[in-house]
Design a protein around this ligand. Structure first.
Ligand SMILES: O=C(O)CCC(=O)C(=O)O
Ligand SMILES: [Fe+2]
Length: 366
């Protein structure tokens, strides 16, 4: 089912509204879900009443961008793990993270390493992913040993562990190319990543109001205001906003604008040097302005969760309305970045095993 967030013609909206009312009633009366087609079953199960109601009362012009939730400030800003030495985060830094929704930049890699890695990234820019069998910048750590080594470096994992706890999983990574003169990545936010297909969340935390997912964003090139470094709206991880369909901006393939007032908000533009990284919750509104230079702005990110959060349980594939295509999950899994996976709640993959397997593959004749 195509739930692309886009303006719908009047006649479609006239059909969609009563259908939504029916589904909301179906949920309210706990009617049996088994007989529903898969997409409708997902909607009845995963959409909250406020998600239905927002669409209905706006005449299908506005929707929650993800499962709505409020954020609970924790009682203590003590690190979840004692780390001594250069990677230690002081309580005031952790408090700053909880107040703003992001923290950094921190040093991780040398400029020389990143200048060299740049070539490796550019070499795979338009190539097919071995994991998904189509061209996508997602989850290349399954086939790029060097990327996986960077992702598991202590400079990153020891800091994230102080915010999320000792046992950490990566459930996704992404390479960002941001080519010369390419457009902005508009302001967005995500909680359980239901925003991907509006049917099923990717993540199933027990408490939606906790910080259960973090993004680590690593600059491979110097990211500056000119080439489109990250921008954040501090404190906006407090709640999930709505989107209005349409508008001039685009988030990858989808057209919508996030309902917040950029004029009234204090937007922080955060330059990050090559080899440095920023940690943020995807719930904090963020984006990046256009690249106005003649060079790529390269970066990669890591999506991190603690081991008690299930990812894509019982799912064979998902569709991303943003990054296009169907992602079959048979080669995908969560991977241990640090510590141990004692919960074993999701399919899991050791990228080092895949690296061996992929390097053994016999190249097909042209
Ligand atoms: O690289 C960018 O410009 C955007 C990154 C982003 O949105 C993310 O890592 O979640
Ligand atoms: Fe993002």
């Amino acid at each position: 089912m195509n739930l692309h967030p886009k303006p719908r013609p009047f006649w479609q909206r006239v059909i969609i509204i009563p259908a939504l009312c029916l589904l909301m009633g179906y949920k309210a009366f706990h009617l049996p879900r088994k007989m529903l087609p898969r997409a409708l079953r997902s909607i009845v199960t995963n959409w909250s009443y406020s998600m239905f109601w927002m669409l209905i009362r706006s005449g299908v012009t506005r929707a929650y961008i993800d499962q709505p939730c409020e954020f609970k400030v924790p009682d203590s800003f003590e690190p979840k793990l004692a780390v001594e030495g250069e990677y230690h985060l002081a309580a005031h830094q952790i408090e700053e993270f909880y107040r703003n929704g992001f923290i950094g930049p921190f040093d991780a890699f040398s400029r020389e390493e990143m200048a060299d890695f740049r070539h490796e990234m550019l070499a795979v820019e338009n190539t097919k992913s071995k994991t998904y069998d189509f061209c996508t910048p997602r989850d290349r750590h399954f086939e790029m040993p060097r990327l996986w080594n960077y992702m598991t470096s202590a400079a990153i994992t020891e800091r994230v562990a102080q915010l999320l706890g000792p046992d950490l999983l990566c459930w996704r990574s992404q390479l960002f190319y941001k080519g010369p003169h390419s457009p902005a990545i508009q302001f967005h936010q995500a909680s359980t990543f239901m925003v991907e297909d509006y049917l099923d969340p990717a993540l199933f935390p027990t408490d939606l109001s906790e910080i259960f997912q973090l993004t680590v964003w690593v600059a491979v090139d110097d990211a500056t205001a000119e080439n489109g470094c990250l921008q954040f709206v501090p404190g906006t991880h407090d709640s999930i906003r709505t989107i209005t369909f349409g508008g001039n901006e685009g988030f990858y393939g989808a057209q919508f604008s996030l309902d917040f007032d950029p004029e009234a908000s204090k937007i922080v533009t955060l330059p990050v040097k090559a080899g440095q990284f920023v940690i943020f919750t995807e719930r904090c509104i963020h984006g990046s302005p256009p690249n106005t230079t003649d060079r790529h702005r390269l970066a990669f990110n890591i999506r991190v969760i603690p081991t008690n959060v299930p990812v894509y349980p019982d799912k064979e594939k998902y569709r991303s309305v943003y990054n296009g295509g169907k992602y079959y999950l048979k080669n995908w899994g969560v991977s241990v970045l640090r510590g141990e996976d004692r919960h074993q709640l999701s399919r899991s993959v050791d990228p080092r095993e895949l690296h061996k397997e992929f390097s053994r593959e016999v190249p097909r004749a042209a």
